[in-house]
Write a protein that binds this ligand. Structure first.
Ligand SMILES: NC(=O)c1ccc[n+]([C@@H]2O[C@H](COP(=O)([O-])OP(=O)(O)OC[C@H]3O[C@@H](n4cnc5c(N)ncnc54)[C@H](OP(=O)(O)O)[C@@H]3O)[C@@H](O)[C@H]2O)c1
Length: 333
């Protein structure tokens, strides 16, 4: 009764984690101190972010070192309590990690009503993944009636909630998933309009068929080539919600090319601009900038050649990136 089984980190995983990177260990069930509770884990949540915590790349959690218990959210029953908010027998969401028992001071703990929903949902669709989908879609995706919302990893807790909430808000959901079985679940259980198996189908061709006028919202859970393809198939004024980068978590170094992962951490936004939409501001701009130029507040350089015949080579120079300043051809010296 006094033994607490747990899973600790044995090796720092390289690439996709292996079972041999972990090992079972035992410890004595800890005693509680003042204002603490001891809970016995009922459900343990395994989430992609844990990979980042193990590597030390997760910005909100300290790295799990070799010998440490692996972290994770849990649903547990209060076994003993010295905390005024919790009594023995209460069911709570807490963060015991990968172990049978855990002690907490109540920080980040939430009491559950077992009659309101199955307890495990507090770790999935009604928990952190569900909230991610809800906030990500409604705050950043801004779904509108009849919008086409595409989501990757569509059968997972984040993805399935994105698609279902989209439908509640009058939009249509299209999923992307990695097996036919997942796609069938996405369509038949979660009510998505369609679901593309990106491993066996031509993703770009299928997305063009399903969304002939483009995607209104792309909720990205994977990054990589899927994100790449979606960016080529956006409707006007589409919104991309960057949520997760499953294709990168097991990599030692980020893949080449623009890596949008840090955008999530910094909550930055990415927006498209096309100058032709902004000619109503032209007069104001010219008057302001001309003043700045006169006052010496702005400067410029030009890469100038003389004679029309120089235009092709000068253009090629520009396109090789060898121009230095605004590329200009002046007809006569
Ligand atoms: N930004 C946030 O605050 C936040 C919060 C929670 C979760 N997330 C992110 O949301 C995403 C979904 O989370 P979830 O909990 O709902 O996970 P999940 O969908 O249950 O599992 C991840 C799925 O990613 C897909 N995937 C695509 N490429 C992969 C690859 N190279 N390796 C492994 N899996 C790959 C797989 O589905 P397919 O076979 O269908 O491709 C896999 O089942 C994750 O990226 C997670 O990190 C972000």
């Amino acid at each position: 009764m006094t033994i607490n089984k747990k899973i600790i980190l044995k090796n720092n995983p390289v690439g996709v984690p292996k079972e041999t990177d972990f090992e079972i260990a035992e410890s004595i069930i800890p005693e509680i101190s003042e204002n603490e509770i001891l809970t016995k884990t009922i459900h343990l949540s395994l989430d992609p972010y844990i990979r980042g915590v193990i590597t030390g790349r997760h910005i909100y959690s300290e790295k799990v070192n070799i010998g440490d218990t692996i972290v994770g959210r849990t649903v547990g029953e209060v076994i003993t309590s010295d905390h005024h908010d919790y009594n023995k027998g209460d069911i709570v969401v807490c963060s015991n990690g990968w172990q049978e028992y855990g002690v907490t001071n109540g920080e980040g703990v939430r009491k559950l009503d077992p009659s309101s929903a199955p307890l495990s949902t507090a770790l999935g669709i009604l928990g952190m993944p569900g909230l991610t989908a809800y906030a990500g879609l409604l705050v950043y995706g801004e779904p509108k009636e009849n919008d086409l919302i595409v989501v990757s990893a569509a059968s997972g807790p984040v993805g399935c909630m994105v698609g279902q909430i989209a439908q509640i808000y009058g939009a249509k959901a299209v999923g992307i998933a990695g097996t036919n079985e997942k796609c069938e679940t996405v369509i038949n259980k979660f009510g998505f309009l369609d679901c593309i198996n990106y491993k066996t189908e031509n993703l770009e061709q299928r997305i063009k068929e399903i969304c002939p006028n483009g995607i209104d919202v792309y909720f990205d859970n994977v990054g990589g080539e899927t994100l790449n393809i979606m960016t080529r198939n956006l409707a006007m004024y589409a919104r991309i919600v960057l949520c997760g980068f499953m294709t990168q978590y097991n990599l030692e170094t980020p893949p080449p090319g623009p890596n949008l992962g840090p955008i999530v951490g910094s909550r930055a936004s990415i927006k498209g601009v096309v100058v032709y939409d902004h000619y109503d501001k032209q007069e104001d701009f010219i008057s302001l900038a001309t003043g700045w130029l006169k006052e010496g507040k702005i400067k410029y350089i030009e890469d100038e050649v003389f004679g029309l015949e120089k235009a092709p080579s000068h253009f090629c120079k520009l396109m090789r990136g060898e121009n230095h300043g605004k590329t200009i051809v002046t007809m006569e010296q």
